[in-house]
Design a protein around this ligand. Structure first.
Ligand SMILES: Nc1ncnc2c1ncn2[C@@H]1O[C@H](COP(=O)(O)OP(=O)(O)OP(=O)(O)O)[C@@H](O)[C@H]1O
Ligand SMILES: [Mg+2]
Length: 578
């Protein structure tokens, strides 16, 4: 546990715990009762012993009270566990959804640097350790502390010397166990390291089995196995001795406490100060303090893990997106103009992938972008929806600087079909409406599917819009893109960017993409990033990118017939049969 924790951490947890205040108060109360109730057990037992010879009626009553106290305490403890787990999960889930929402809002550069695995570890693993700590460890720590203090107080009331002795032995045992545990850490590390080396070595030898056999190095490998196994055995023995050592040291300290309690108890009895029953009660108390102390020492380790988790979680929540969403401007209705003024983009400082790009598209124009792989076509599209911000220059959509438009507004009005679309294992309807995010009636769904030329495909599905598609697997790359295209159209954007799939499209899909581009043009500006020249047959203008620079831009018809133009050259070379 780091010594100084940033104040954000406490706020992080407390903020999410606040709605549970009432429940937590009741929980603490019930927990106190559940932990203090068992203390009555030894007192009742003592009474039973003292009255055993005199009054059998009272003994029966006491026995019943003992039963009620024990069972009652157990039931309460059960309730506390159930309730604390529920509260912890509620808080944990709140934290999970906050984390996930926050992470999803972070810029793509952050996501590029942090793997999905890491994100899962944060959102699930870390939160899980916090939840586990909050649901069990905190309750146990608190409960054990309450019980310990309760026992010590009651023992002190019976006789202060015994109380003092028990407190001293609990303290000594606790400190001793904690110290020895810390001292044992290197031994445990050494054990893990030794077994790691053993397995690594075995794996390597098995991997090189042929070479080993061919060179007759078998005996050497076996010798090495023995050697490493011996190291594992030694390390394991040391670690076990350390672990046992801490256990034995704790146990011995408690035994000393018990012996001392008995000695004092007998002495007090001889003096006529306490009864035999009281000796029995004190004896039980001296044993009862052991579990809480051991448990507290154990829970401290869980606490360390949980604090580390809270620390990482707080850091993730404190990460701010590089894309600042502070705009308030609105975009004009209808087709949107596109203006890029001397725009550069660098994913890493100093490495521009787009240089000084100037591009102006009137509303309603359709533009095809071509260029070699890595020339910056996808990057250009990303700027229009602010997946990335330009490192230089201004990007305007509909005449407004994209940084001045709220992200939700921008992404509603500018639709992007990415190169590798993600479809979900869900019905066609859910894939289109994003599980109801866009409220749309079926006739609208059918209309957009028709716009992208998927009507025929839909008719072939057994249950129409209700057919479950198996993610991207059940569809060709082109079909998946067309479904994504239809999804984008549902929001009725004023600008559409279609980043064509690089994987092979069959001629039929190619034709459908071309036709779709043609159809969705009404009232929209359309940019098609084309990997197939054929899909550009319907566009007004063509732009050629090379190494992040615009090297050609003009009306498609003119460029196609210009023998000097790059696009024209491309067209002619592409149409030459291979
Ligand atoms: N997220 C990223 N982080 C860092 N560099 C990137 C990132 N995305 C793209 N690049 C780099 O930027 C350059 C342009 O990539 P971009 O994806 O825009 O090319 P493209 O023209 O779309 O290529 P393709 O035809 O293969 O789709 C490439 O050098 C690429 O390696
Ligand atoms: Mg690309």
């Amino acid at each position: 546990m780091p010594g100084v924790r940033p104040p954000g951490q406490a706020r992080l947890l407390l903020g999410r715990l606040r709605p549970e205040r009432g429940r937590l108060a009741v929980l603490a109360l019930v927990l106190s009762v559940a932990m203090l109730l068992p203390i009555a057990g030894p007192l009742l037992l003592g009474e039973v012993v003292d009255r055993a010879l005199e009054d059998s009626g009272a003994v029966a009553g006491l026995a019943f009270a003992y039963l009620a106290v024990t069972v009652g305490a157990d039931l309460l403890a059960l309730g506390v566990t159930w309730w604390s787990v529920e509260v912890a999960w509620r808080v944990g889930n709140r934290l999970r959804s906050d984390l996930l929402r926050h992470a999803l809002g972070l810029d793509l550069a952050w996501h590029g640097e942090h793997s999905p695995g890491l994100l899962i570890e944060r959102v699930d693993g870390d939160v899980d350790s916090v939840v586990r700590f909050a649901s069990t460890a905190v309750v146990q720590l608190l409960g054990n502390a309450i019980m310990l203090v309760g026992v010590l107080v009651v023992a002190t009331v019976i006789d202060w010397r015994v109380g003092l002795l028990l407190a001293a032995s609990a303290l000594a045992a606790g400190v001793l166990m904690a110290r020895l545990r810390v001292a044992a850490v290197p031994a445990y590390d050494a054990e893990r390291e030794a077994s790691g080396r053993l397995y690594g070595d075995v794996e390597e030898r098995l991997g090189g089995l042929e070479d080993l056999r061919a060179n007759g190095a078998g005996p050497y490998a076996v010798h090495r196995l023995h050697e490493l196994s011996a190291r594992v055995w030694k390390a394991t023995r040391r670690a076990a001795l350390h672990g046992e050592g801490s256990f034995v040291a704790g146990a011995s300290t408690f035994t000393l406490g018990t012996v001392g309690t008995l000695v004092i108890g007998v002495w007090l009895h001889r003096q006529g100060q306490i009864s035999v029953g009281a000796i029995l009660a004190l004896f039980r108390f001296s044993q009862m303090i052991r579990t809480p102390v051991e448990s507290i020492a154990e829970q401290m380790r869980e606490a360390q893990k949980a604090f580390a988790g809270v620390d990482r979680t707080a850091r993730l929540l404190a990460t701010e997106s590089a894309i600042v969403d502070a705009g308030t401007a609105t975009l004009p209705a209808g087709a949107l103009a596109v203006d890029l003024d001397r725009v550069s983009l660098a994913y890493e400082a100093g490495h521009d992938v787009l240089h000084d790009v100037d591009l102006h598209l009137a509303p309603g124009t359709s533009l095809g972008i071509v260029g070699r792989t890595g020339s910056g076509k996808t990057s250009l599209g990303r700027l229009l929806v602010r997946f990335w911000d330009a490192s230089d220059g201004v990007v305007r959509v509909g005449g407004v600087d994209v940084r001045d438009v709220p992200l939700t507004e921008l992404r509603r009005r500018v639709g992007v079909v990415t190169q590798d679309v993600e479809l979900f294992r869900a019905t066609v309807r859910d894939n289109l409406t994003m599980f109801g995010t866009y409220a749309a009636r079926d006739d609208r769904l059918l209309a957009v599917l028709d716009d992208v030329g998927l009507t025929h495909w839909l008719r072939g599905l057994p249950r129409g819009l209700d057919t479950t598609i198996e993610g991207d697997a059940g569809l060709s790359a082109g079909e998946a893109q067309l479904v994504a295209f239809a999804r984008v159209l549902l929001a009725d954007p004023g600008l559409v960017v279609l980043d064509e799939a690089t994987s092979r499209l069959d001629p039929d899909t190619e034709a459908r993409v071309t036709a779709a581009t043609q159809r969705v043009r009404h009232g929209r500006t359309v940019i098609v990033i084309a990997h197939r020249l054929a899909t550009l047959d319907a566009v007004d203008e063509v732009l050629v990118l090379d190494h992040g620079r615009i090297v050609e831009h003009g009306p498609r018809a003119a460029l196609a017939t210009d023998p000097e133009s790059r696009y024209g050259t491309l067209l002619r070379t592409a149409s030459v049969p291979a």
